[in-house]
Design a protein around this ligand. Structure first.
Ligand SMILES: Nc1ncnc2c1ncn2[C@@H]1O[C@H](COP(=O)(O)OP(=O)(O)OP(=O)(O)O)[C@@H](O)[C@H]1O
Length: 314
């Protein structure tokens, strides 16, 4: 077991429910005599700063940083750690892990971390050594931005769904909130304008006039449990790109039926690339989502590659 756990708590995750949950988790940690401290995030992006602050104070071999929230919180902690070690390359890398109590927990689903916090906490406490996992790395060539993702980077359809769902009134409804993504998806599938897209791999260049779904993934799931690439794995040193051109309703129906039996990647109109490096260029403004976090509408010239980080996960 690690000597000290640093819990980075996003009380705003799961529609604010984590604020009510954290005292129970903290009480359980005290009952179990787990040496720990907690840091609450105060605003969007704050977990990046907190992760760097923790590492600057304690980079010991016995420490672990725990994201308490959804995928967005883990995403920020990974990026904070990566930024810290970019300027401290010789230091020991403190592993990170995840207590999935947010609403988007695709990474936990992929890594078989329980969605019951108490079971997930036991899983974390039973780990005895870190394991290195593959994470996605992106370099946005038009704006010079750079970062890492644990799950996926989507341009187009999924990103527009994330945007619409995040800005819908329904999301804040106690009863209908959980349907906000389905409602947004139904609307966006009908209205999304396809985008000309070029994919450049190490050996080839492919052009698609009507890019619709353009999702690069490191794990099987996106959008809260959709098994988009069943073979994707954070243990494999590659990323998977799924690109679908604007489909007819017949193709959408066929895609959904095949998705249910995990055969959708065999469909003729579904393009699937599995590579270590590739670049995606879109010359019209669209939204993107990175681990569920939306970015503004923009054109993209983004190069993808893989990287790795130690995770405190069995
Ligand atoms: N104190 C805070 N107030 C508001 N937002 C915050 C705060 N702390 C973190 N955030 C932001 O909350 C967002 C959602 O976090 P996260 O993905 O972990 O939870 P979630 O419940 O899965 O979220 P969602 O379903 O809304 O995407 C992230 O963009 C994060 O930066």
């Amino acid at each position: 077991m690690a000597e000290k756990f640093y819990f980075v708590v996003n009380e705003a995750a799961a529609g604010g429910n984590v604020a009510k949950l954290w005292p129970k988790i903290d009480q359980r940690l005290n009952q179990l005599n787990v040496t720990h401290s907690d840091f609450k995030t105060n605003f969007k992006g704050d977990a990046v700063r907190i992760a760097k602050k923790i590492l600057a104070a304690d980079s010991s071999k016995e420490s672990v940083i725990v994201a308490v929230g959804g995928d967005g919180t883990l995403h920020e902690i990974l990026n904070g750690c990566k930024q810290y070690y970019a300027s401290h390359p010789s230091e020991h890398q403190v592993p990170i892990t995840f207590l999935p109590v947010g609403s988007g927990n695709d990474f936990a689903r992929a890594m078989k971390i329980s969605d019951n916090w108490s079971v997930a906490l036991d899983q974390i406490l039973r780990v005895s050594s870190p394991q290195s996992l593959v994470v996605g790395e992106y370099q946005e060539n038009l704006r010079g931005t750079h970062g890492y993702f644990i799950n996926n980077f989507g341009i187009g359809l999924d990103a527009t769904i994330v945007h619409d769902a995040n800005h819908s009134q329904v999301k804040h409804s106690k009863i209908f909130g959980k349907f906000s993504y389905i409602l947004a998806a139904l609307h966006v599938i009908r209205t999304f304008k396809p985008v000309p897209t070029t994919v450049i791999t190490d050996f080839e260049r492919h052009h698609f006039n009507n890019g619709f779904l353009i999702t690069t993934t490191n794990i099987p799931y996106f959008g809260g449990g959709v098994n988009i690439v069943p073979t994707a794995s954070a243990h494999a040193n590659n990323l998977d790109l799924v690109l679908i051109e604007k489909p007819s309703w017949k193709q959408i129906t066929s895609f959904i039926c095949h998705l249910l039996v995990k055969k959708h990647l065999n469909l003729k109109f579904v393009n699937h690339f599995s590579q270590k490096h590739f670049t995606i260029v879109t010359r019209e403004k669209r939204f993107s989502q990175i681990d569920g976090e939306e970015t503004p509408r923009q054109e993209f010239d983004v190069s993808f590659s893989t990287s790795s980080y130690p995770f405190w996960i069995k």
